[in-house]
Write a protein that binds this ligand. Sequence first.
Ligand code: MN
Length: 246
Amino acid sequence: MTSQRPLIACATYRKFVEQKSPIEVYGLMPAYTEAVFAAGGLPLLIPLGLDEEALQNVLERVDGLLLPGGGDVAPGYYNGDTADGSVREVDEARDRSELMLVQQALEIGKPLLAICRGHQVFNVALGGTLWEDLLQGMPGSQPHDCGQNGREFLAHTVQLEPESRLARILGAGEVQVNSLHHQGIRALAPPLRPVGAAPDGLIEAVELREHPFAVGVQWHPENLIHVVPSMLNLFRELVLAADAAR
Ligand code: MN
């Protein structure tokens, strides 16, 4: 028997691929699955279109959950401005699926790593709100939508809470991160603990206490594992928690 890698379910998203006529696919950028694999986990993609019971079936059989980045959460889910023109790439089927996944994962104590949009979904699932657009809405916001410089570009620092699990995982009080988002946490959901902040004060990392492992980060650690090697520790910690929870 080979040793069994912990199964990490990864949420996916819908894309349209240009063929003779455009076709719809569900997928994920390879950096996510590569980081999970490099950390000792076995990544599995969850398709969209599953109902609540099927998602529960998935979570009961896997050992951990990863929520990736992507488009904006529909503002209706957080009492936001549904007419805000800066909101983009909304997919309500994806929102419903990921909000259910977060709620179920928390209920059954399944380890969860939530990245970028996932970090925002994590907050909304627990009753928090988002800025529809940081530059237009958040007073004193610095640039966070730095994709034009590439996904490995270190755009700003994040100050970590000294007593946090995240600071221990990353082995530092401050880290350099990439920044590929135009939205962010506005009101933090009460159960979440803010454990990392950008220089402008935006909450870029959260943790849930009383849970084996539930961490959200606003940056993209999967794109940094060769630039800031400690970022792989986030995936290692997810896989370790997943292993311990089976
Ligand atoms: Mn940022």
